[in-house]
Design a binder for this molecule. Structure first.
Ligand SMILES: Nc1nc2c(ncn2[C@@H]2O[C@H](COP(=O)(O)OP(=O)(O)OP(=O)(O)O)[C@@H](O)[C@H]2O)c(=O)[nH]1
Ligand SMILES: [Mg+2]
Length: 303
C-alpha cells in the first residue's frame, strides 16, 4: 500500500501515517467527525441511531502526515446477521487501528455500554483518546467528565464536530500519535469506497430523512446501474429494498410524492458531491429477507 515519498529536507519532522478507529454508541457523532476532518460529506449522518452500517475509511492528508479514519457502526446489542456484521466491523477496526477514539455524547454522558467498549480497548492494547461530542449543546456540561475507570485514556477532548470546535486540536494530537510512515494513499484520495457505494449511501440518507421514524431501519439501497461515461450527466439507477409491501406503499407515498422527495434530495447531494449533473432513477422492491442474507449484505457493501 505504501508508495515512494520524496526525501525530507534536513530537520523537517518525520512524516506520519496510520489508522484511527472512531468508536462509540449509536448516534455519538462518529460520522459527523469523520466528515468534518475529511472536509467532505462522505459518511451519511442522520438524527437516527444506527445510521452507519459498515466501516468506511476517510482519508485526511496533511503535509506532516496522513490519517486514515475508520468510521464504524455504533456498538449495540441487536441480533441477526446485519448486527453481527456491524459488530464485526467494530472489532476489525479496533484490530487494525494505531489509535482509537472513543466518542461519547456529552449530553448522554458515560453509559454502561461504554465500560464494555473500554474493556475491548484494553484487550486490544491500543492507545486511545476519549472524545466528548456535541459540546455545543447546553446540556453537554452537566454530565460528570471525564468518567473514572481503567484504563485511563491517553488524551481527553471535547468537541462540537458540527461546527468544527476542537476538531483541529484533535487532529493534531492524532497525527502526533501515529507511527512514522510514508502516506498510504495519494493526497487527492478521500476514501477507499467506490462512488457507487457512496451513491447508495446518499440515497439511504435521503430516505432516512424523508420517511417516518418507524420505517428506515428496514431499508437498504442497491445501486443497479451507474454510468459516468457522459461528462454532462451521470445516470444512476437504484433500488430501495424494503421488507413488506406495506412499506413499499409508504416509501412510494400518495401519488408517488414520497419517492419523488427522496429522489430530489438524494440527487441534490449526489450532484454536490460529484460536482456534476445527475439523473437518478429510483425503484422500490420488496425483499422480505435482505438483511438476513450474507450474500446480499456483501453486495450492499455491509460486509
Ligand atoms: N449539536 C450537535 N449535534 C451533533 C454534533 N455531532 C453530531 N451531531 C448530531 O448527532 C446525530 C448523530 O450524528 P452521526 O454522526 O450520524 O452519529 P454516529 O455516531 O455516526 O451514529 P451511527 O452511525 O448511528 O452510529 C446527527 O443528528 C448529528 O447532526 C455536534 O457536534 N453538535
Ligand atoms: Mg455513523
Amino acid at each position: 500500500m505504501s508508495r515512494d515519498v520524496p526525501d525530507r529536507p534536513a530537520g523537517a519532522p518525520e512524516h506520519r501515517a496510520g489508522v484511527v478507529a472512531l468508536l462509540g454508541l449509536p448516534n455519538a457523532g462518529k460520522s459527523t467527525l469523520l466528515n468534518r476532518l475529511v472536509g467532505e460529506r462522505l459518511a451519511i449522518v442522520t438524527h437516527k441511531p444506527q445510521t452507519t452500517r459498515s466501516r468506511l475509511l476517510g482519508i485526511v492528508t496533511r503535509p506532516e502526515g496522513q490519517v486514515l479514519l475508520l468510521d464504524t457502526p455504533g456498538v449495540h446489542s441487536g441480533q441477526g446477521t446485519l448486527h453481527e456484521a456491524m459488530r464485526q466491523a467494530v472489532d476489525e477496526a479496533l484490530g487494525d487501528c494505531d489509535v482509537a477514539c472513543l466518542l461519547v455524547d456529552l449530553v448522554r454522558g458515560w453509559e454502561p455500554a461504554h465500560d464494555l467498549l473500554r474493556e475491548r480497548l484494553a484487550g486490544a492494547g491500543k492507545a486511545w483518546f476519549l472524545v466528548g461530542t456535541k459540546a455545543d449543546l447546553p446540556a453537554a456540561g452537566r454530565t460528570a467528565w471525564p468518567p473514572a475507570g481503567e484504563p485511563a485514556p491517553d488524551r481527553i477532548f471535547r468537541i462540537a464536530a458540527d461546527r468544527g470546535q476542537g476538531t483541529r486540536a484533535l487532529l493534531d494530537a492524532l497525527l502526533e500519535r501515529l507511527p512514522a510512515s510514508p502516506p498510504f494513499y495519494p493526497d487527492d484520495e478521500i476514501t477507499d469506497r467506490p462512488l457507487r457505494f457512496l451513491a447508495a449511501e446518499m440515497v439511504r440518507e435521503a430516505a432516512f430523512q424523508e420517511l417516518a421514524d418507524e420505517l428506515p431501519y428496514e431499508l437498504a439501497v442497491e445501486v443497479e446501474a451507474f454510468d459516468e461515461s457522459r461528462p454532462e450527466i451521470a445516470r444512476i439507477r437504484a433500488n430501495l429494498l424494503v421488507r413488506r409491501s406495506s412499506q413499499k406503499a409508504i416509501v412510494i407515498g400518495a401519488g408517488g410524492r414520497q419517492i419523488k422527495a427522496i429522489g430530489t434530495r438524494a440527487r441534490k447531494s449526489l450532484e454536490k458531491f460529484m460536482a456534476q449533473r445527475v439523473h437518478l432513477e429510483l425503484w422500490v422492491k420488496v425483499d422480505p429477507t435482505w438483511f438476513k442474507k450474507r450474500k446480499r449484505l456483501t453486495s450492499l457493501g455491509y460486509v
